[in-house]
Design a protein around this ligand. Structure first.
Ligand SMILES: *Cc1c(COP(=O)(O)O)cnc(C)c1O
Ligand code: SF4
Length: 459
C-alpha cells in the first residue's frame, strides 16, 4: 500500500494558524518564524548538530510550547533543538570544520556516518536479541522480549510530529535502510501472534504511530478484532502526539474518524491504552492539549503517561510533582519514569542513578496516592527493565536496592537485589554487585535469544 505520511499536508501561509502542521528541519531552519530569537552562534550549532542527530520541529511546538524569552534554556527548546554539547567537542569540530571549509557532500556524509556509528544506535541488544524468527526469517517490525507483550513497529509510523533531541529511536528516522526496524506487513504480526495464547498485549510503537492517517491505523487495529486473536486483550499505542500535535485528535481532517475507530475497537471488547510520552507539565497546559485528552477519554480509551528523566529538561522535583498532579487531574495514569538510555546524546542528558531516585522519591512525597502508580526510575536494559528502589546500608556498606519490573527470565522480576552504591553510575552497566563479581542475571545472559530458545513457553 502507498503510505501517506505527514510531510504531505498542505503548507499553510498564515503564521499563527496552528491547525495545519508546518514542519521545520535542518533544510528549512531559516523559515522558522521565531528564528530571530536564536543567537547566530547557536543557530550555527543547531545546523552542525542536526546533521548527526535528527531535528524536526513543528509550528505548534514553536508557538505554543517553547517560551522564547527563556531560550536556549527553555525545557521545550532543549527537548526539540539540538545544541553543541550534545556531541563531543571532537565530533562537533570535525563537522564544523568541514562546513566552514565547504567540504564536498560525500566527504561530509562520510564524517556524519562515522560519528553516528559511535553513538550506539541500537542499545540494549534490540536488534540481535528481541526480533523473533519464524521459518528462519527475522520479523523486522516486531520485538518480543517479555512474555505477555509484543512490540510492533508499523512501517508508516516511524516518524514523529516533532523529534526529541534525546531520542534513542533516532537510528530509525535516518534513512539508513540497514538500521531500520520497520514492519513489512501487518499479516506477519498476525501470523506471529496467532498461536501464542500467552501473549495478551500488543504495544504499537514507532516513531509515533499517531502520525498515520486514521485509515492506516484502522488497517492495523481491525485484524485484532478477529476471533483467532481473541487472546490479545490489550492494545497499547505509544505516542507523543498529545504533546507535539494534539490537533491529531481535535482538528486534523480525520480526527473524528480516529476517535470513532477507538470507540468501535473498545466496544468490541478490546482495551486500548494510549501510552502518552510526556517530559514536562508545559505540554499539558495548552487548551488544545486538554481538549485532545478529553476527546480521547470520551471514547473509553485510557491514557497512561511515561517519559524519561533528563538533565536540562526535567531534572528537578517540582517539575515531576507538577507533571503528575496535572496528569491525575486530567484523568491520566502516571506509569513509568525512565532513566535516559545509553545512546545518542546520553552524556548531555544523563542524571546519576542516585540523583534520579532522589528526585523520584522527593517528588512522590508531594503527590497523592493516585499519582503513586508511577514506577521508576527504570532502566530498559538488555536483561530487562530495572527499577532503582532506593539506597540503604547493608552491614554498614551503602547500597542500591534494585529490582526487575520486566525481565528476560520472568522469574527474575520483582526480586529485590543489591549493588554497590555509586555517585557516578548512570546506568546498570556502571554498577557492581554487592557480593561477587557478577550479578545473578549475568551468569545466564549468555543465551542468545529467549524466544528462539523457548518458543513453546506455555505460560
Ligand atoms: C517496556 C517494554 C515493554 C512493555 O513493558 P510493560 O512493563 O508491560 O509496560 C515490552 N517490551 C519491551 C521490549 C519493552 O522494553
Ligand atoms: S516522540 Fe518518541 S520516538 Fe519520536 S522523537 Fe520523541 S522519543 Fe523519539
Amino acid at each position: 500500500m502507498s503510505i501517506q505520511l505527514i510531510e504531505h499536508v498542505n503548507v499553510d501561509t498564515s503564521s499563527d494558524d496552528i491547525t495545519t502542521i508546518k514542519i521545520y528541519t535542518n533544510k528549512n531552519l531559516e523559515k522558522i518564524p521565531q528564528i530571530h530569537h536564536i543567537p547566530k552562534q547557536i543557530l550555527f550549532d543547531i545546523k552542525v548538530v542536526s546533521l548527526v542527530l535528527p531535528f524536526r520541529v513543528n509550528n505548534y511546538v514553536l508557538s505554543e510550547l517553547i517560551d522564547w524569552k527563556k531560550v536556549p534554556n527553555d525545557p521545550m527548546f532543549q527537548l526539540t533543538f539540538p545544541n553543541k554539547d550534545m556531541l563531543t567537542s571532537e565530533h562537533y569540530e570535525e563537522i564544523a570544520c568541514a562546513i566552514r571549509q565547504n567540504s564536498s557532500k560525500p566527504a561530509l556524509d562520510n564524517i556524519i556516518k562515522r560519528i553516528r556509528t559511535t553513538l550506539n544506535p541500537h542499545p540494549a541488544g534490540q536488534l540481535e536479541k528481541n526480533i523473533p524468527m519464524v521459518d528462519d526469517k527475522y520479523l523486522d517490525g516486531i520485538q518480543h522480549k517479555y512474555d505477555q507483550t509484543v512490540l510492533f513497529f508499523p512501517a508508516a509510523g516511524q516518524t514523529c510530529h516533532s523529534y526529541c533531541t534525546f531520542c534513542f529511536r533516532w537510528a530509525q528516522f535516518i534513512d539508513d535502510y540497514d538500521l531500520k526496524i520497520a514492519a513489512k506487513e501487518v499479516e506477519e504480526l498476525m501470523h506471529y501472534l496467532r498461536d501464542k495464547p500467552f501473549i495478551t498485549d500488543v504495544l504499537i510503537t514507532g516513531g509515533d504511530p499517531m502520525v498515520m492517517k486514521a485509515r492506516y491505523i484502522k488497517a492495523y487495529l481491525e485484524p485484532f478484532l478477529s476471533e483467532e486473536l481473541d487472546h490479545i486483550k490489550n492494545i497499547r499505542i505509544g505516542t507523543k502526539s498529545l504533546s507535539f500535535w494534539p490537533q491529531r485528535f481535535v482538528s486534523d481532517a480525520d480526527a473524528d474518524d480516529l476517535l470513532e475507530l477507538f470507540k468501535r475497537v473498545k466496544e468490541k471488547g478490546k482495551n486500548i491504552a494510549l501510552m502518552a510520552h510526556y517530559n514536562h507539565f508545559k505540554e499539558l497546559d495548552t487548551p488544545v492539549a486538554v481538549q485532545a485528552i478529553k476527546r480521547i477519554q470520551s471514547t473509553g480509551v485510557t491514557i497512561r503517561s511515561q517519559g524519561p528523566l533528563l538533565k536540562h529538561i526535567n531534572d528537578d522535583v517540582e517539575t515531576w510533582a507538577k507533571l503528575w498532579q496535572k496528569q491525575i487531574a486530567l484523568g491520566i495514569v502516571p506509569y513509568y519514569m525512565f532513566v535516559e538510555r545509553d545512546t545518542g546524546a546520553k552524556k548531555y542528558f544523563e542524571v546519576p542513578l542516585y540523583k534520579a531516585w532522589s528526585i523520584y522519591q522527593q517528588a512522590i512525597q508531594k503527590v497523592g496516592g493516585l499519582s503513586r502508580t508511577v514506577r521508576g526510575p527504570s532502566m530498559s536494559t538488555d536483561p530487562g527493565k530495572v527499577e532503582v528502589l532506593g539506597t540503604n546500608k547493608v552491614n554498614g556498606e551503602k547500597v542500591f536496592i534494585l529490582r526487575f519490573i520486566q525481565a528476560r527470565d520472568p522469574d527474575w522480576a520483582y526480586r529485590p537485589f543489591f549493588a554497590k552504591y555509586s555517585e557516578t553510575a548512570t546506568w546498570l552497566n556502571d554498577l557492581k554487585p554487592l557480593e561477587g563479581n557478577t550479578f545473578f542475571f549475568e551468569q545466564v545472559m549468555k543465551v542468545s535469544s529467549m524466544y528462539n530458545r523457548d518458543m513453546n513457553r506455555s505460560k
